[in-house]
Every structure is written in C-alpha cells, then in structure tokens.
Design a protein around this ligand. Structure first.
Ligand SMILES: *[C@@H]1O[C@H](CO)[C@@H](O)[C@H](O)[C@H]1NC(C)=O
Ligand SMILES: *[C@@H]1O[C@H](CO)[C@@H](O)[C@H](O)[C@H]1NC(C)=O
Ligand SMILES: *[C@@H]1O[C@H](CO)[C@@H](O)[C@H](O)[C@H]1NC(C)=O
Ligand SMILES: *[C@@H]1O[C@H](CO)[C@@H](O)[C@H](O)[C@H]1NC(C)=O
Ligand SMILES: *[C@@H]1O[C@H](CO)[C@@H](O)[C@H](O)[C@H]1NC(C)=O
Ligand SMILES: *[C@@H]1O[C@H](CO)[C@@H](O)[C@H](O)[C@H]1NC(C)=O
Ligand SMILES: *[C@@H]1O[C@H](CO)[C@@H](O)[C@H](O)[C@H]1NC(C)=O
Ligand SMILES: *[C@@H]1O[C@H](CO)[C@@H](O)[C@H](O)[C@H]1NC(C)=O
Ligand SMILES: *[C@@H]1O[C@H](CO)[C@@H](O)[C@H](O)[C@H]1NC(C)=O
Length: 806
C-alpha cells in the first residue's frame, strides 16, 4: 500500500483508508480541502487532504484564496480556503470507477478582491450538470444558512472522475469557486424496480438506470437528532432532525428503542443503507386512537417541480408491545397520491428490532409558474380497514432523492431571497441539503420556522378535534386500546439539592432576580460549573394553595415536552423549600417587550406573528396533544417566554387543570382563578372552565400584540379594558388607531384583517362561538403567509420600478 512506484492509475489505492469506526462497511473516500496544499484534521476527526496529493490534479493558473471573513458559525475546514477562477477549471480525481457520492462544500464569502455577489457558475461531472448559474450567496441568503453542502450520487465508469466549474457567461465579472469536495465510493443502493406512484392507476414499475445521477434533497432521522458524517454507517452522510418539516400542530410523539430491544440488520439489508441510530428512534402519531384516526402525520418537503423523486422510507418497530403482524398498520400517501395501503412494519421486517425500508418514485410535474417550488406532502394515516390493534403509524427515517431521469441536469433556479429576516437557528446548516431553487416566500418561512403551508391538514386536525370532543364515545367504544401511553417515553426530571441551588444563585442574591409574583421570586442561576444557565422559581414560605400550585406545576410540566412549552429541568424539595428549575429564557416575557420594561427593543410585526404562532402551538398542544387535555387557565403575555431565538414558550402551569373530556363532561367546575383582563366572561359567570377559556385569554394576548397595549391599563381610564376599547374602535370604524404606533405601515392589509378577525372571534362572549386553538393557529399561519406574500410582492414591484428608473 505504501509503494510509491505503483502504476499511477492504481494510486487511488492510497485512498483505501479504512474507516475504523465502521468496520462493517469501509468505502474509498477523499475529503479535499480546496485552495490549500496542507492536509488537516477537522474537530470531528475527518482528514481534509490538501491539493498537493498525488491522486488529484487541478487546472493550473487558478487561484487559491482565503475567505476574507469567516463567520464564527462556519468551520475553517474546508470553508476557510477556496479554489477560484474566472475561467473554467477542473479537478480530476483518480478514484475507482462505479457509483460514488460527491459532496460540494460552498461558503459564499468574499475571497481576495472577488466579491461573493459575482460568484455565478455551473458545475458538471462528465455530461451531468450538477449546478447551473448557481449563486452561493443568493442561496445562503434565501435559505438563511451559513454554508452550503450539496450531495450527488454519480456513476462514472472511468477511473478518472472529473468535476468542472464553469463561470456563467451571462454575468460580466462572474467567477467559480469551491471550498471542499468529498468523494465517497458508494454501493449501488437503488436496485430493482420501484413503484411509480400516480393518482389514477396502480403503481407502475420504474427503474433507476445505473448511469443516472441523483441529488440528495432531504435525509431525515425521523424522531431523532442530527447524525453527523462520522456517525454514519460508512458513507459520511448527514441525517437531519425531521421536526421542522412537520406540518401544523400534528407532531405526533417521538421515542427511542426500548432498552431491551436490540436492533439487528437482516441479511438483505446491509448496514450502509442507514446507520443504527436512524432505526433506533421514531415518530408515531400519538397515544389517542381517536385523534390518530382523524389526522395525517404529515411532513412538507419543498422540492423543484419538473423532476422525478425517489423517496426511501426507513422503518423499524422498536417498542413493546408491538411485535406481531396487524398491530400497527397504516397507509402511506405521497404528493396526495396513495403510495401504499396497509403498510405493516412487522410484516415487512419480520419482527421487532428488525429494520426495513421501502422505495417509491413520484413525478412532480412542471408547474405553470415555472420557478415555483412545490410542497411535496408525505402523509401517514392508520389503515382502519385492516382493523389493526393500534390506530397509529410510525416512521424512522426518510430520504428524498431528485432523479436525473433521462435529462442530464439536476440544477434548479436560485432560490429567491425573502425580504423579511427569517431565522433558522434551530437547524444546523450542514444538515440542510436543500436543492437550489427558487423558494417561494412561504416555503422559506416553512423551512425557517417550521410552519405549515396553506394548512389544509391542520384544518382537518382542528375539525377532527371538534368531532373528537363530540363523537369520542362512539368512536372509542369499538376502537383499540386507547391508552397507548406505554409507547411514549417519560420525561427526565432531575432532583436538585437545596445546597446546589444556593450555590447556583449566590445564596439567592437579589441581583439575580428576573421575576417575581404572588408565588415568590424567579432567579437566574448557573449549574454544572457555570456551563448551564437556569431559571429557578423559589416559592418562599408557601402554605396551602401555594404548595398545591407548585405541585401542580411539577406534575403537569413533567408530563409534557413540546418545543413551545418551557422545559422543566427539575425541582428541589428539601429544607422545607419548594423550588422549580426551568430552562432559562434569555429574552424574558412577551409583555415586557410589548409595553413593559424592555419596550425599547421593538419587535417587528413578522416576529410578533411568529411568536403568536409558537404560543398558539403550545396551547394547542396542551388542549389536544396531552391526555387528558390540559387547560392552562392563566394564558397572558407575561406567561409567554422567549428564548434566545425569539421562540415562544408557554410557562406557568401553577393553575393548569385537566380538561373535562376525560370526566365525560363538557366543562370542569372550578373556582375562578386567573388574571384580570384575560378572564373568560362565561367562566366568571358560570364558573365553568373549558379550553375556550384559554382561547379567550389568547385572544386578549393577540390584541395586545397588535396594539402594543396591556390588557388592562388602570392609568388610562378610557381605554382601561383592551377588549372593550378595541370593540369600540371597530364599531366606530377607527381601525388605524388599533395598530401599535411602532408597527404602522408594516402590517399588511390582508394580514391585519385575518389577524383581527381571529383575535376578535377568540374574545367573543359566548364560548361556543369562539374557535378552537387549532383554527386559531391555522388563521395565524395564514396571516403570516399573507403578510410575507404581500410584502414580497411589494418589494419586487419596488425593485422593478427602481430598475426602470435606472
Ligand atoms: C487522519 O490522519 C491521521 C494521521 O495521518 C490518522 O492517524 C487518522 O486515523 C486519520 N483519521 C481518519 C478519520 O482517517
Ligand atoms: C455504473 O454504470 C455501469 C454502466 O454505465 C453499470 O454497468 C454499473 O453497474 C453501474 N454501477 C453502479 C454501481 O451502479
Ligand atoms: C483581482 O486582482 C487581480 C490582481 O491582483 C486582478 O488580476 C484581477 O482581475 C482582480 N479581479 C477582480 C475581480 O477585480
Ligand atoms: C443567473 O442567476 C442570477 C442570480 O439568481 C439571475 O439574476 C440571472 O438571471 C440568472 N441567469 C440566467 C441566464 O438564468
Ligand atoms: C478528465 O479530465 C482530463 C484532464 O482534463 C481529461 O484528460 C480526461 O479525458 C477527462 N476524463 C473524463 C472522463 O472526462
Ligand atoms: C444491488 O444489487 C447488487 C448486485 O445485484 C448487490 O450486490 C447489492 O447488494 C444490491 N444492493 C441492495 C441495496 O440491495
Ligand atoms: C421489554 O421492556 C418493556 C418495557 O420497557 C416491557 O414492556 C416488555 O415486556 C419487555 N419485553 C421483554 C421481551 O423483555
Ligand atoms: C390524508 O392524506 C390523504 C392524501 O393526501 C387524503 O386523501 C386524506 O383525506 C388525508 N386524511 C386526513 C384525515 O387528513
Ligand atoms: C395536497 O394536499 C394538501 C392538503 O391536503 C394541499 O395543501 C396541497 O396543495 C395538495 N397538493 C397537491 C399537489 O395536490
């Protein structure tokens, strides 16, 4: 292996490094650090080879340059250096013939005197066009990512793999650049004939030809965490968390394998198909058979139109009691077509802990509006016709590949940059293997904040929720085990010692107080040697009612985990102290930003909408995702906390109460508790609590958000009660005055109407006339959608107008 006098064509043998962590599958690979002659090891242990290696050649007289500024979120390897030229250049890799994965790494920075905006180029591998007129800058801005990774599967029959970078001729000073190239030899993982799904016919057999090029568009570890290249089963793939693609509020539940289940690959499924971690976690629909029978567990994956896509579903049953055929059977829908009726993981795989996968191909026809990205819906629904024991569905992993299918290009147009600063903090950029395409504003928002599109499934979800409350009895009488709670893992809750919390807060130093109220004080503290910041709610000397509220809060929160509920980290119950420990919310509460002490820091309208949507998701989850349903009873702006990315989280469950449903009642009788200004009038009069009391309070929150005024303003006699004041403004047609002066001019007309209609319907006096949280959520998503759409169009028109003038 080290004999340097070998035939050069065989010198790719030098690349036959074995991957020590995955002895089951060792493939040839090279990670090339373009623009650098040095080899270096990245923090994840990968060796990035410099260009001086003998197995590659690059066109001479091209530049190697350093990125002028490297954002701290961008790793130096391989993004710190680039090869760059304003004329075409090529890399040739000596690499064994056959199928291989090629990953292109691109960081849209300025290099030397070359500006990021001028990088416009195509990339070809032999006759196959991988990218065309590609702008890394525009793509990064549109998708809000700091660097770009594109993955292709290419079969080249020559021992020389060529990649050519061609600057666009349409732009005067254009140039091409590349920061890193990975080439990993890959087994042929697309064998045999695959069903092509249509909505008119039975699936037709479809063959992925051996010489086709594919592009990875999505690779999701469903119900699990991000899996990095070093944890993959030999092919250095990244597997992304699926949660941001989930549609609407139907998140289902995620879980890991039972500790007594060991995952065994069957003989016909090699480990390189997907690593064990993919099969070891899953998402299913949830514990309630009734709810499951009425909604689809849905992922929305925006894709380019005019291509065929191969979807690979990875399945594995990993929790008891599902060990037998016909326990969990479900239908699979792709692009609204039925792909499979009655999928039974146990029947396909042979047993619990045995992975299996299945492939489908679907054609996404070219849209009339040709630059549009299309939402590819992937939906699962229990197959009631099969009469399975559990009405549920499961998925462990999902890959989506774009097929070249006879043409020779995979390239789509550059995505359009959103004019609103969307945020993307909860997604690791490297996991974003999203296609180059013109993303419609809505899709960007979906990607960035995980919000569903025109929300039809959500409508179904909301509807089913209504039905569900009414028809529950008739449906459950013949339904299977409605208590499937053994399928959900319980939440981890840490018990802290008093001494630990004394230390965390410098003996409850007043300087660390971040909030206070009837219950006592909230402190900011640090634990684990300063590594973790926490929020600590100390009850002080509590008696009777107070202790009950504390217990209630711990009891409620420990049962729940949701992106939009504040997380309970643990509690302390010694030295006669009752203390609750939460995750710390650095941006404080919504009320403070709207009209309280943080008022200086203005929250723009789109962000306010996103916060409302997040809060609505949290409350909707309490009402429908938990069993029995939970009524919060104290929804208000000061209980909507904001994390460092402005993600809204509902807090304070001291007053929360189990909903009426399980008691077979339409309401729970209860002494009136809550906060003045947010109290449901019917609740006050009749002392009957329902979910609609939360809806009322949330309506008040919405009115505060748009007006920037508190629910009750004792200082201002005329406008004392916000709901009354707004009703009066509307009656008098004085609409302008409602909008927070800080927001004037930035709220779209259509958005305003939908938002106000929703808020006002929430605060209707009669609870039967108020919408359910699911409908509220749907309307808010629609409001956001319209806001972005109208403002994007406006910006484009302005841009056009400016262009004409110039
Ligand atoms: C990287 O290179 C070093 C030395 O060249 C070697 O010891 C190490 O195993 C390599 N790491 C990987 C992941 O190949
Ligand atoms: C690559 O393509 C050749 C023909 O073009 C085919 O014979 C071979 O099986 C393919 N290899 C793989 C791994 O697909
Ligand atoms: C950058 O500078 C070099 C000389 O240093 C010059 O040849 C090249 O044309 C310049 N490129 C641009 C895009 O200005
Ligand atoms: C190339 O992309 C740029 C940036 O998106 C765009 O302005 C231009 O119209 C494109 N050119 C062609 C020929 O498609
Ligand atoms: C790859 O590029 C080299 C040099 O540019 C050329 O000689 C060779 O024919 C090319 N091979 C293929 C398969 O395109
Ligand atoms: C595909 O077919 C080849 C040869 O027929 C076989 O070696 C390989 O294991 C198959 N791959 C899969 C994933 O079934
Ligand atoms: C495995 O553990 C689960 C609970 O975690 C239990 O319900 C099941 O009976 C166990 N199965 C076996 C075969 O031990
Ligand atoms: C589930 O999705 C399929 C295909 O889009 C659709 O026909 C069906 O009505 C959906 N079911 C529910 C309950 O949303
Ligand atoms: C698929 O169904 C969803 C909701 O059910 C809808 O929003 C979407 O437009 C449909 N897609 C197609 C291609 O019909």
């Amino acid at each position: 292996m080290t004999n340097l006098s070998l035939d050069p064509l065989l010198s790719y043998l030098f690349l036959l490094l074995s991957v020590s962590s995955t002895p089951a599958a060792a493939f040839n690979f090279i990670f090339l650090n373009c623009g650098s002659s040095e080899s270096s090891t990245a923090p994840d242990g990968r060796n990035w080879t410099g260009e001086s290696t003998s197995s590659i050649t690059v066109t001479p007289n091209t530049l190697s340059l350093q990125a002028k500024i490297l954002d701290s979120s961008v790793p130096y390897l391989p993004y710190g250096t680039a090869r760059l030229s304003s004329s075409p250049f090529s890399y040739s890799f000596r690499f064994p013939p056959g199928r291989k994965l090629i990953r292109l790494h691109l960081y849209a920075g300025d290099y030397g005197n070359y500006s990021a905006a001028d990088a416009l180029f195509s990339v070809k591998s032999g006759p196959h066009t991988l990218l065309n007129n590609f702008s890394a800058l525009q793509t990064s801005q549109a998708l809000v990512i700091s660097y770009i990774v594109r993955e292709y599967s290419v079969n080249s029959s020559s021992p020389l793999l060529n990649l050519t970078f061609i600057p666009s001729t349409s732009h005067p000073s254009s140039y091409a650049f590349i920061n890193g190239i990975e080439v990993v030899s890959s087994p042929d993982i697309f064998n045999g004939s695959i069903p092509l799904i249509t909505n008119i016919d039975m699936p037709q057999p479809y063959t992925v030809e051996p010489d086709w090029t594919l592009e990875t568009v999505y690779r999701l570890n469903v119900g699990g965490n991000f899996i990095g290249p070093m944890e993959d089963s030999g092919l250095f793939r990244s597997w992304e968390d699926d949660s941001i693609y989930i549609y609407g509020a139907g998140f289902g539940v995620t879980y890991a394998a039972d500790s007594n289940v060991s995952i065994r690959y069957p003989a016909n499924l090699p480990e390189f198909i997907a690593p064990l971690q993919v099969y070891a976690t899953a998402r299913s629909m949830g514990p309630s058979a009734t709810i499951n029978s009425n909604y689809n567990l849905t992922w929305i994956l925006p894709v380019d139109s005019g291509f065929y896509y191969l979807l690979r579903f990875h399945f594995c049953e990993i929790q008891y009691p599902i060990t037998l055929v016909n326990q969990r059977v479900f239908n699979i829908f792709i692009y609204n077509h039925t792909a499979f009726e009655g999928f039974d993981v146990i029947a396909e795989s042979g047993g619990i802990g045995v992975p299996t996968y299945t492939d489908f191909v679907v054609a996404i026809p070219k849209q009339a509006e040709s630059d549009d990205m299309v939402d590819l819906f992937v939906e699962l629904h229990p197959d009631l016709y099969a009469q399975p024991e559990y009405w549920d569905a499961i998925l462990n992993g999902l890959e989506v590949f774009k097929l070249e299918a006879g043409g020779d290009t995979l390239a789509g147009p550059n995505p359009m940059v959103s004019i609103t600063p969307s945020r993307d903090q909860n997604t690791n950029a490297i996991t974003r293997i999203i296609n180059s395409k013109k993303v419609k504003i809505r899709s960007i928002v979906e990607i960035a904040i995980g919000v569903g599109g025109p929300v039809v499934a959500l409508l179904a979800f909301a509807l089913l929720y209504l039905l569900h409350s009414k028809k529950k009895k008739s449906l459950t009488s013949d339904s299977p085990h409605s208590d499937q709670s053994n399928l959900i893992s319980s939440t981890y809750c840490r018990q802290f010692s008093f001494a630990e919390l004394v230390q965390a807060t410098d003996s409850f130093d007043d300087a660390l107080i971040i909030g206070s109220g009837g219950f006592g004080k909230v402190y900011r503290g640090t634990i684990d040697g300063g590594a973790k910041i926490i929020a600590i709610k100390r009850g002080g000397s509590l008696s009777g009612q107070g202790i009950d509220e504390f217990r209630n809060e711990i009891k409620t929160l420990s049962k729940l985990t949701h992106h939009h509920l504040v997380s309970l980290l643990g509690y302390c119950h010694d030295s006669a102290e009752l203390i609750i420990v939460y995750e710390y919310m650095p941006l404080g509460n919504l009320g403070d930003h709207l009209y309280g002490k943080k008022k200086k820091e203005l929250i723009p309208w789109v962000r306010r909408l996103e916060i409302c949507i997040g809060a609505a998701k949290g409350i909707h989850y309490l009402h429908t995702g938990a069993k029995p349903a939970i009524i919060h009873r104290d929804v208000k702006t000061s209980n909507i906390l904001l994390d460092e990315d402005w993600v809204a989280k509902i807090s304070d469950f001291g007053l929360s109460k189990d909903g009426p449903e399980d008691l077979g009642l339409s309401h729970v009788s209860s002494a009136v508790r809550g906060t003045m200004g947010y109290l449901d009038p019917e609740y006050i009069m009749l002392m009957q609590l329902t979910e609609k009391s939360d809806v009322y309070a949330f309506g008040v929150v919405l009115l505060e958000v748009i007006s920037g005024r508190p629910a009750l303003d004792p200082a201002n006699a005329e406008e004392e009660n916000l709901v009354d004041w707004i009703r009066q403004c509307r009656r008098e047609g004085d609409v302008e005055v409602i909008v927070d002066p800080d927001l004037r001019g930035s709220v779209g007309e259509r958005c305003f109407e939908i938002f106000m209609r929703t808020a006002e319907s929430c605060v209707l006096d009669k609870r039967v006339e108020r919408p359910a949280m699911g409908n509220v959520l749907r309307d808010l998503e629609l409001a956001l959608h319209l806001q972005l759409k109208d403002f994007a169009e406006e910006a484009i028109n302005e841009e056009k107008a400016a262009g004409h003038e110039a």
